[in-house]
Design a protein around this ligand. Sequence first.
Ligand code: AMP
Length: 215
Amino acid sequence: MTNLPTDIINKGAEAWIFQQRNSIIKYRPEKEYRHPLIDSKLRKFRTNREMKIMAKLKELNIPCPNILDDNKANLFLSEKKYTHDYAITMEFIDGFQLKSIVDRANMHRFADQLGGTVAKMHANDIVHGDLTTSNMIVRNDTLHLIDFGLSNFTAKEEDKAVDLHLLKEALNSKHPLIATEFFDEVIEQYARNYPGAKDILDRLKLVEKRGRNKH
Ligand code: AMP
C-alpha cells in the first residue's frame, strides 16, 4: 500500500504535480527566500483558495477536476511529510490538452464551450487568471479547466477584462492561425451568457489600448 507508484509529472516553482493512478496531487513547495512563517501562511492561503474555487465551480457545473479525499494519496502525503495544508488531491482528467488538439475544424465547439464557461465564472465573480490552452483538457469532447493557482474571487471589471486579455494573448502566441476567429467565438458566447459582458468588453478595449501604449 505504501509503495504505490507515484509519478512526478511537473515540478514547477509554484507547484509540484504528482500522479497516482487516477489522482493528481498538487503540492505547493516551500520557498526558501521567504520568511518561514509568511511562506507557510501564503502556501496555506493559496492552497485553500484554489480548493474553494474548484468547489464553487463544481457547484456551478463547470467541468473541472473533482477534489478527492483519497486515502492512498493521504498516505503518500504523510509519508513524504507533505501536509494537506499545502496539497490538493484531485481527479486526474484523462484527456488531451486543448493546445495539442485544437485546429480549424474542431475549434468551434471548443470556443463555444469556453465562452460559456468563462461567462459563468465571471457572472459568479470568479476569474481563472491563467486561461491558456495548456490549462484546458478535453475529455469525451468536453472542455475541462484545470490549474486554479492564479484564480480569484473578484467582482472587478478590470480583473475580468484582464482574464480575457490573457486568453487572447495566449491564443495569439500559441495558435496564431486561428486565434482571432477562436477568440471572437469565445466572446460571442461570453456575451450571450453573461448579462454583464458589455461592461467587461468595454473595459477590455481599455486594457488593450493600455497594452499598445506601453510599446
Ligand atoms: P498545474 O501546475 O496545475 O498547471 O499543472 C501542470 C500540468 O499538470 C498541467 O499542464 C497538466 O498537464 C497536468 N495536470 C495538472 N492537473 C491535472 C489534472 N487534474 N488532470 C490532468 N492533468 C493535470
